[in-house]
Design a protein around this ligand. Structure first.
Ligand SMILES: *Cc1c(COP(=O)(O)O)cnc(C)c1O
Length: 222
């Protein structure tokens, strides 16, 4: 199936679910991104800041760029002029760097708190306690140009449905606790980014609002 057909099928599947599609374009050349754009996709996810910064000027300005991979503070300047959402916010240090650069550009950058929900140790992200430490810190009170819009997580690479559901529920639980304790009156704190090509259906059933899908659209990255 073509990129356009895959996007149409996914959009039809997500319709009415409360989840929106982030088309994960990492490693794919700009021509494939243009194909996705022509098929109606407007949210693109990249995991490397350099690659995202190189592609961004080649696409129309109404694309929402989502960074989904680890961002080093010394790379923030590459994406600060245009990034819509940094889904992979994993430290206070990064939050402060993003805030500083966003202010410099007179922008508000959205960010999701990335949580560690997988069994694999290697995957990054906050524990609930660490996220609370960030939200309770004095530094957090100084942040004006980054808007926290929700949470993100990457589940274990597995086809064990029970395990995946447990991890998605854990992330949703974190979201609900944070919402109640820190963002009760804040309508913009609403995103639960979870689900990839292999597990987005389960993630949607467990309350995902943003699914990040690459290989189910473009084929495997080889
Ligand atoms: C690559 C990637 C995806 C998309 O993975 P697919 O299996 O190709 O759909 C989603 N989220 C993150 C964080 C990724 O790095």
């Amino acid at each position: 199936m073509s990129v356009a057909e895959n996007i149409a099928r996914l959009e039809a599947e997500l319709a009415g679910s409360g989840a929106r599609l982030v088309v994960v374009t990492k490693t794919h050349p700009v021509e494939r991104l243009r194909e996705a754009y022509a098929a109606g996709a407007r949210r693109f996810g990249e995991n490397r800041p350099q690659e995202m910064a190189a592609k961004q000027p080649e696409l129309p300005p109404d694309v929402e760029w989502h960074l989904i991979g680890h961002l080093q503070t010394n790379k923030v300047k590459l994406v600060a002029p245009f990034v819509h959402t940094v889904q992979s916010l994993d430290s206070l240090r990064l939050l402060l760097a993003l805030d500083q650069h966003a202010a410099r550009h007179g922008r508000i950058i959205n960010a999701l708190l990335q949580f560690h929900i997988a069994e694999e140790e290697a995957k990054t992200g906050f524990s609930y306690h660490e996220a609370e430490e960030l939200l309770q810190s004095n530094e957090f009170k100084t942040v004006n140009n980054v808007r926290l819009t929700g949470v993100m997580g990457v589940a274990t690479f597995s086809d064990d449905e029970n395990l995946l559901r447990t991890e998605f529920r854990q992330l949703r639980g974190y979201f609900e606790l944070l919402k109640a304790h820190y963002f009760a009156g804040d309508e913009s704190f609403k995103e639960i980014s979870m689900g990839m090509s292999g597990d987005y259906r389960l993630a949607v059933q467990e309350g995902s609002t943003l699914v990040r899908v690459g290989s189910a659209i473009f084929g495997s990255r080889g």
